[in-house]
Design a protein around this ligand. Structure first.
Ligand code: 3UK
Length: 410
């Protein structure tokens, strides 16, 4: 569990070299989540920023690993409860450099890469370690949490050629520039986006102001990196782009047949082996080498359009939010009788958390927003809390989330 630094890179590569399995953990996770992941993965050694730097060990022989040996694990959270460790093998570990790295970002030795996504995410690991290392490029590593003014200062001082970020951070960078923060994108030749859908109007505003197209692409921890992407030669606003060489994609309808609209399945060079110690989740998501993403897509002329999720999971700031987790926090407040959480688009078209609550009294006795802030990571906190008289339910009592999503669409 390390912040972005050369120490992270050394720990990760050193572990893989000796045949151990590095498991990067989020520096943003809450203590109980960290405790769970450390227990779940069975780590025999932890390395944190609080540890003194290790003394150089001299020459270390590489372990004699095979392509399908485990290389590293990454935690991903799901609909309910515990995060799952995604297992990646040695053969697939370098593939993102061959796929998106070569075909989309075209990273070379003259590039200086800056990723606002941290190394402990699968997106950040490939942006800042795997792809630039394979290409002989350089990287800017920032141990601090992303903030738009800080990122613009870093871009001005370090002059990166490629920016990897997420839509929420692109929106924050744009808003800061529009509000007068000195913004100098003149060193950048490419802007890459993933993690959540990039709204076309946001990409358009970025292009108008900076003269740069943002290349959106979809990836996942289970796929191992981005498998479908726009490219500099072919940008379709509002689309995730086309399948990158080295991957296959199919869209499958409710009957399991290939269709123009349905669930996205992806197979390719970087796809993971499965989840650690989760046979049922592995069987549901990993089928004959395919990853069942849970994302709804429409495909037209080889272009893939993201329509949403098959489940109730939300992408907020390119991170997972389980409505159930937010609802259970709200329900633990004494004044909340019932509640339901859905996604709602903000002014930039980016999904944020919206909570509908049925109160026991006329008004809550304490601030519900503060209550959530004390118990939830920043991206999981409701942006809007709407008090309602009752929740729409089916005859069997199930909450009709689609109605709430309609109510949230203002
Ligand atoms: C969603 C997108 C629409 C989608 C990731 C690049 O985000 C990454 O991995 P995660 O495991 O989440 C995966 C889920 O995020 N998503 C990602 N990108 C897009 N939705 N448009 C997009 N462009 O629901 C997907 O299933 O955290 C991104 C590279 C590596 C990654 N692991």
């Amino acid at each position: 569990m390390l912040r972005d630094s050369p120490g992270f890179v050394a720990a990760f590569l050193g572990a893989a070299k000796v045949g151990a399995i590095p498991v990067p953990l989020s520096t943003l996770a809450r203590p109980e989540e960290v405790a769970f992941m450390v227990r779940d993965c069975g780590a025999i050694l932890t390395i944190t920023d609080a540890d003194p730097p290790a003394a150089p060990a001299g020459r270390v022989e590489a372990a004699d690993t095979r392509g399908d040996d485990m290389c590293f694990w990454q935690y991903s959270s799901g609909t309910t409860g515990a995060p799952k460790a995604v297992i990646h093998c040695h053969r697939g570990a370098l593939f993102p450099a061959e796929g998106h790295g070569r075909h989309i970002a075209a990273i070379g030795p003259d590039d200086l890469v800056y990723s606002t996504a941290k190394l402990f995410f699968s997106y950040g690991l490939n942006n800042s370690l795997v792809i630039p290392l394979a290409a002989g490029a350089s990287v800017v590593l920032d141990p601090e949490r992303f903030a738009a003014d800080r990122a613009w200062r870093l871009i001005r001082l370090e002059r990166p050629t490629v920016l990897y970020s997420v839509p929420t951070a692109y929106a924050a960078l744009l808003a800061a520039a529009e509000a007068g923060t000195p913004a100098d994108p003149s060193s950048l030749r490419a802007c890459i986006s993933a993690g959540e859908a990039l709204p076309a109007p946001l990409a358009e505003r970025w292009h108008r102001r900076f003269g740069l197209r943002i290349l959106d692409g979809i990836g996942s921890t289970e796929i191992g990196y981005i498998a479908i992407s726009n490219s500099a030669q072919d940008v379709t606003p509002g689309s995730s782009g086309r399948v990158i060489p080295g991957y296959e994609a199919r869209v499958v309808d409710a009957d399991g047949l290939e269709a123009s609209e349905g669930t996205l399945w992806v197979r390719g060079g970087s796809t993971a082996l499965g989840y650690h110690d989760r046979p049922e989740a592995t069987a549901a998501t990993f089928r004959d080498g395919w990853v069942v993403t849970g994302d709804r897509y429409r495909v037209a002329d080889g272009h893939y359009f993201h329509l949403g999720r098959d489940d109730d999971m939300l992408r907020v700031g390119a991170q997972w939010v389980s409505p159930l987790e937010v609802e259970s926090v709200l329900l633990s407040h004494p004044d909340v009788a019932e509640c339901a959480v859905v996604g709602r688009a903000d002014a930039d078209g980016l999904v944020k958390v919206c909570a509908f609550v049925v109160l026991r009294g006329a008004a809550p006795t304490s601030d519900l927003a503060d209550f959530c802030a004390e118990r939830l990571a920043r991206h999981k906190r409701p942006r809007w809390i709407e008090s309602v008289a009752g929740l729409p339910r089916t005859a069997t009592g199930k909450i009709q989330r689609f109605r709430l999503r309609e109510a949230a669409r203002v």
